[in-house]
Design a protein around this ligand. Structure first.
Ligand code: PMV
Length: 323
């Protein structure tokens, strides 16, 4: 019997970053993290288990996937097959409506959508916590794209205890992420490889020791809708992660000259009274956070900076869901 399901998931932007794994196979992170789902940006994934197939088949944006991509997807499918007692192969078609691999965490929405579509196609009805744990196995940050809105991933210490949950709904706060797209090319070092280098930086231990305090500040800033407090803590957290990256061996330097130009501009705009701050993932793009009422002004200002190729605007997004 052929069984298929289609799921949609949003990428997320981390306000408190996950960098470094305590267990890289199970993807148990070195620290807890906190993020916001990005509405309007989506990965849509269809999974079909079909007895006539002789191997798993994967297309991403209608192109056959790389061997590395295929291996990670197969690992998640194998977990689903084991849970469902299923032995047949699957056809997976995944599409993003935003640039892949340029710091907009396409792997987060991809593995969240895959986990939901594959488990539903296999006839499983997993809880949100189980789905979050399954998505984590494909890409750590994917566990945060399962629940809605503002999401915390408790690091935990084993497979059962490491999952994400919502701390506030998308409607809780009218934040907006104006993503300054600097480059649409693929990043040179994937985050999976990058996590392995975290402990080569002497700064990683200091970053980890202070993470519970930053998490608490960030959680409170969100719950109290305190933009100034959010701005301070997310820029600090971003800079700490990039300081670890820049002092790793080999060095990981994701910033481009235009990344730095955007950072300087944001500091000036904030001084002039605009509620605006930045965070950057493992890529050159700058996620510029502001309040919905300032989105047009911020995106106009960003568009005037030479080297900003495009601007994507996202409000807080909902959970992963079946179509
Ligand atoms: O989920 P991964 O393995 O792609 O790692 C994500 C790493 C960062 O995006 C840099 C930080 C984060 O918490 O999302």
């Amino acid at each position: 019997m052929i069984n298929s399901a289609t799921a949609i998931a949003h990428p997320n932007i981390a306000f408190i970053k996950f960098w470094g794994n305590r267990d890289s196979e199970l993807r148990i992170p070195a620290n807890s993290s906190l993020s916001m789902n990005l509405a309007g940006l989506v990965t849509r994934t269809r999974v079909t288990f079909d007895p006539v197939l002789t191997s798993d088949q994967l297309t991403i944006n209608r192109e056959p996937a790389s061997t590395e991509g295929m291996a990670r997807v197969k690992m998640v499918l194998d977990l689903v097959r084991e849970m469902a007692g299923l032995s047949c192969f699957a056809q997976i078609a995944s599409e993003n409506n935003f640039p892949t691999g340029a710091g907009i965490a396409s792997s987060a929405s991809a593995f969240a959508a895959l986990s939901l579509a594959a488990s539903a196609a296999a006839g499983l009805q997993l809880s949100q916590q189980q789905l979050s744990r399954l998505a984590r196995r494909g890409s750590g940050s994917a566990c945060r794209s399962i629940p809605a809105g503002f999401v915390e991933w408790q690091a935990g210490f084993d497979d059962e205890s490491s999952y994400a949950y919502s701390i506030a709904s998308p409607e809780h706060w009218d934040l907006v992420d104006c993503i300054a797209v600097v480059s649409e090319t693929h990043k040179p070092t994937t985050s999976s490889e990058g996590h392995k280098l975290a402990d080569t930086s002497v700064l990683q231990a200091a970053r980890l020791a202070d993470t519970p305090a930053r998490l608490e500040r960030c959680r409170r800033a969100i719950l109290e809708r305190d933009f100034d407090s959010l701005a301070g803590v997310i820029e600090l957290d971003c800079n700490l992660m990039h300081a670890v990256m820049m002092t790793s061996s080999p060095v990981l330097l994701y910033w481009q000259p235009v990344t730095l130009a955007v950072i300087h501009a944001i500091h000036n705009w904030r001084k002039s009274g605009i509620p605006v701050c930045y965070t950057i993932d493992a890529g050159p793009n700058v996620h510029v956070l502001s309040l919905a009422g300032f989105a047009d002004q911020v995106s106009q200002l960003l568009s005037r900076i030479p080297g900003v190729a495009d601007i994507l605007i996202a409000k807080p997004g909902g959970p992963a869901y079946l179509e």
